[in-house]
Design a protein around this ligand. Structure first.
Ligand SMILES: NC(=O)c1ccc[n+]([C@@H]2O[C@H](COP(=O)([O-])OP(=O)(O)OC[C@H]3O[C@@H](n4cnc5c(N)ncnc54)[C@H](O)[C@@H]3O)[C@@H](O)[C@H]2O)c1
Length: 364
């Protein structure tokens, strides 16, 4: 996949590269075209993960890589075959049908607004914005441009193990849901926390701690299986002095159904063990999703349970692009409306309020 001397190269289903004529900058009838020209805005850590997922796409061609750091833009351009540039305006000049906004949280609102006003489809990384007010402003802008797709990129929506568990629960494999557990204990990596001054450590850029940031990927699956959260009680901790937001969350979430689940996220200071990521407990059995992607059903047939599936977190990023392509090119509704992601932002904000006040806090 790449752009070589005015000819867009797209992979065919046979895996071979086939030349296509260069497409004009502005296209209106996208449903009639085969390939989506995508610009990546922000060429940092997650852009590389998306670029890896996009290599499997038959329908998307990365045409532009935008970053304020030319070095990062050039690196991603070399990886994707897109053209490096420094602004959304330049990306539009190069020719894009859609932009993926992959920048620190405090820049989401301004860049997503610029992209929507440029008339392209937009995929915005989570969280939509740190505050509900900012999210509502973004949704209002998206509504003004409702002939364009606006997706909030929460890859957990496509996490294979979660989809298996959700189907099992919906099919009654463990009876009625009694409780659940979501656990994410992870370490600092240079990729996401490159220095002590990294934006994730700063409240002004991140808008919160692990509840708002990484926590969303462990909160979305709970909501997908258990429904909407009514209220939360939480205790938080700051394990990393350079991080202004919380780096540890221990919490209980009471769902509208009355079911209570625990939600724990810890940016650990040391090595971490392999606890299950999720446990769904029902009236007749239990589903356990291991940290290695195994889905095991305990339904009384075997005390060791039965392995009913295996997944890979990284495959969730492929699901993002399959869904976005289908929405833009085929007019299909997204798996989750962008507004649905406010549930994670509201839950994260409720966690912070609860920890500050030692009280249960309403999410909605
Ligand atoms: N879905 C996931 O699993 C996941 C994982 C990590 C990050 N994220 C999200 O992705 C977003 C980016 O996180 P990251 O870890 O990649 O950050 P990062 O710091 O690695 O990359 C951000 C990039 O944006 C660039 N940038 C800053 N201002 C810009 C501007 N005005 N125009 C263009 N580029 C600009 C920076 O130079 C940097 O290269 C955040 O919203 C984060 O929450 C999602």
């Amino acid at each position: 996949m790449g752009n070589h001397q005015g000819v867009v190269i797209a992979r065919t289903s046979a895996g071979a590269d086939a030349p296509l004529p260069t497409l004009p900058t502005a296209r209106t009838n996208l449903h009639a075209v085969e390939n989506l020209r995508l610009g990546l805005v922000g060429c940092g850590a997650i852009a590389e993960w998306h670029a890896a997922a996009l290599k499997h796409s038959q329908r998307t061609v990365v045409t532009a890589c935008v970053d304020v750091s030319p070095e990062r833009a050039n690196k991603l351009a070399a990886l994707t075959g897109g053209q490096a540039c420094g602004s959304i305006a330049e990306a539009v000049e190069i020719g894009v049908d859609a932009l993926a906004i992959l920048v620190p949280h405090h820049l989401h609102e301004s860049l997503v607004t610029e992209a929507l006003e440029a008339g392209v489809h937009v995929a915005l990384e989570k969280p939509m914005a740190p505050t509900v007010d900012a999210c509502e402003r973004i949704l209002a802008t998206a509504a003004k441009h409702n002939d364009r797709v606006f997706m909030l990129t929460e890859n957990a929506q496509y996490w294979p193990e979660i989809l298996i568990a959700r189907d099992l629960v919906n099919n009654g494999a463990i009876g009625d849901l009694v409780t659940a557990r979501s656990w994410h204990n992870f370490g600092i990596t240079k990729e996401f926390y490159p220095t002590d001054q990294a934006w994730r450590f700063q409240q002004s850029a991140a808008g919160g701690g692990v509840a708002l940031d990484t926590g969303s990927h462990w909160m979305r699956p709970l909501r997908m299986v258990l429904g909407e959260i009514d209220e939360i009680v939480a205790v938080t901790g700051r394990l990393w002095p350079q991080m202004e937001g919380e780096s540890m969350v221990r919490s209980l979430c009471k769902f509208a159904s009355g079911v209570v689940a625990s939600f724990d996220v810890i940016l650990a200071t040391g090595a971490v063990g392999l606890q299950p990521h999720f446990q769904f407990t029902g009236s007749t059995g239990e589903i356990v999703i291991s940290a290695l992607g195994e889905v095991r059903l305990f339904d009384g047939k075997d005390w060791q349970g039965t392995v009913v599936g295996h997944g890979n977190y990284m495959d969730s990023y492929k699901g993002v692009w399959t869904d976005f392509e289908a929405a833009v090119l085929d007019g299909k509704p997204l798996e989750a409306d962008a507004r649905y992601s406010l549930g994670e932002v509201r839950a994260a904000n409720a966690i912070v309020r609860s920890a500050a006040t030692n009280t249960w806090q309403k999410v909605w």
